[in-house]
Design a protein. Structure first.
Length: 209
């Protein structure tokens, strides 16, 4: 984990300056999440990076929180929040788990975008995400599912990680992610078509009431 945190810290400035890969798909995802929110809702964006998604959603919620393991990413996110005047946006350094600064059942909506292919234990991460939601709350995941591609990503990414050019990346198809989310206890799972690449799994589910 330490090596991956250092990787994200080192690329934070470049990451912040890089345009969104697929702006149209990102806009559609944002619109779908915005549609799940009400003005009295609390939202958590786990793996928030430099806060782009959380800040776009801030006007639609009572409060938004971003959580990321990278201090540099969070430093940039806090600066963007200040510059944009998003007083209801708070960004935290940390990881999912017992030390996360949130009580169970805190949030109406929890997002995990560009996260679940990076965690070492996906089942454990999903269990924590489930607990953070209020009963009936919405869970949104946008995940790189490289198992949908014919390219042999697993050995390529292993070598890249050895030389410090990539973090740990898990390779799996969308079907595996659907099964994992369902096993975690989420219900009513859908996969809205946002026009993203075939390797992107965009999924919306709920914690049962």
């Amino acid at each position: 984990m330490t090596a991956d945190v250092a990787f994200w810290d080192n690329i934070a400035e470049r990451y912040a300056a890089k345009p969104v890969d697929d702006p149209a798909a990102f806009d559609r995802k944002t619109d779908i999440i915005r549609g799940l929110l009400s003005p009295d809702h609390a939202l958590l964006d786990v793996g928030c990076g430099t806060g782009s998604l959380a800040l776009r959603l801030a006007p639609s919620a009572r409060e938004v929180h971003g959580l990321d393991v990278s201090r540099e990413m969070i430093r940039i996110a806090r600066g963007k929040a200040t510059a944009s005047g998003a007083a209801n946006a708070t960004f935290h350094v940390g990881a999912l788990g017992a030390d996360a600064p949130f009580a169970p059942g805190t949030f109406d909506v929890v997002c995990a975008c560009s996260l679940l292919h990076l965690v070492a234990d996906r089942a454990d991460a999903l269990a924590h995400l489930f607990r953070l939601l209020k009963p009936g709350g919405a869970f949104v995941a946008s995940t790189v599912c490289l198992g949908e591609s014919w390219v042999p990503y697993a050995p390529i990414l292993t070598v890249m990680r050895w030389v410090g050019k990539a973090p740990r990346v898990q390779v799996f198809p969308k079907r595996t992610l659907v099964d994992d989310i369902t096993r975690a206890g989420f219900v009513d799972l859908t996969q809205p078509d946002v026009g993203a690449a075939a390797t992107i799994g965009f999924m919306v589910a709920r914690r049962p009431r």
